[in-house]
Design a protein around this ligand. Sequence first.
Ligand code: AN7
Length: 345
Amino acid sequence: MTGWNGLLREYAQWFNLDGVDEFVTLQEGNTPLIHADRLSERLEADVWLKCEGLNPSGSFKDRGMTMAITKAKANGAQRVICGSTGNTSASAAAYAAKAGMDCVVLVPEGKIALGKLAQAMVYGAEVLQIRGNFDQALNLARELTQHMAITIVNSINPDRIEGQKTGAFEIVDVLGNAPDILSIPVGNAGNITAYWRGFTQYHFAGHCSTLPKMWGFQAAGAAPIVLGRPVENPETIATAIRIGNPASWVPALEVIHESLGDIRAVTDDEIIEAYRYVARYESVFCEPASAASVAGILKFGVPKGSTVVCVLTGNGLKDPETAVSTSATPPVIDATIKALLEKLS
Ligand code: AN7
């Protein structure tokens, strides 16, 4: 087979694939790293956007899910479950369908973007809305695994982090080295942990001579790591990262310590401004949570001349409601040339 056949084949040597004889893949990975011309000019730096919204289900979760579902299938699992703010459920539903497995997803009622809910439903998952938030959904999913044969595919499943480390590999493969700064949104803190693992493994093997500072950004209303304590009722317009008690909290603290990085907060206003800016000036339509990475570098600045990669974790089409509600309503005009000319003059 020629061409790109998914990240498990491409990066097979970097994984333990014992017992795996069949990959469950939708040809995830190999996403564009786009140079951000305007942001670079504005920040006097070299800024790049890792466009994870171009993965098969529209988010970075597919990197971890190809691994988690491949391993679950190799272990004979017939049913998987996740609690999710949306993207994990869309990805799990897609890969479970590909594998011929059943998928149960628990989502916080009314707090997931419409596109993500639509994906989970159409891919054929059993979707249950929880009267509660993400943290409660995740706890329920964990508890259920003690009552029945079902495999959890949240990022507490170590196979997820393993697959997601390939995002770092791809960045180094394109840039020829690690960036100076890797800017990334933080929810459960699985992805920041995965990227750091990828960079350090590549560094150890001599594929990059340097390591990046890891800059994570949480939404101000859901910033437990910044505050140093769990947030009981997290709130943010960026529903993907509306998480009050991150599963990978401790690993994330290690990452910022080892990389001389930081995890800081950006407000919803800053997130929406960055979200609109990257669409309008860089032509990348990401979802609000993803824009936290751009909001962070705009808010705190970056050293002049540095190379910065912002991970844009999910596709803007997933959340049409936020796109429309933060834009002016298009005017309605008569279907006449006179009305059109009047409007455009
Ligand atoms: C677009 O789908 O937690 O810090 O249940 O969807 O690894 O949690 C999503 C998280 C960033 C945060 N950007 O990543 C879920 C879920 C987007 C996301 C994050 C998520 P982590």
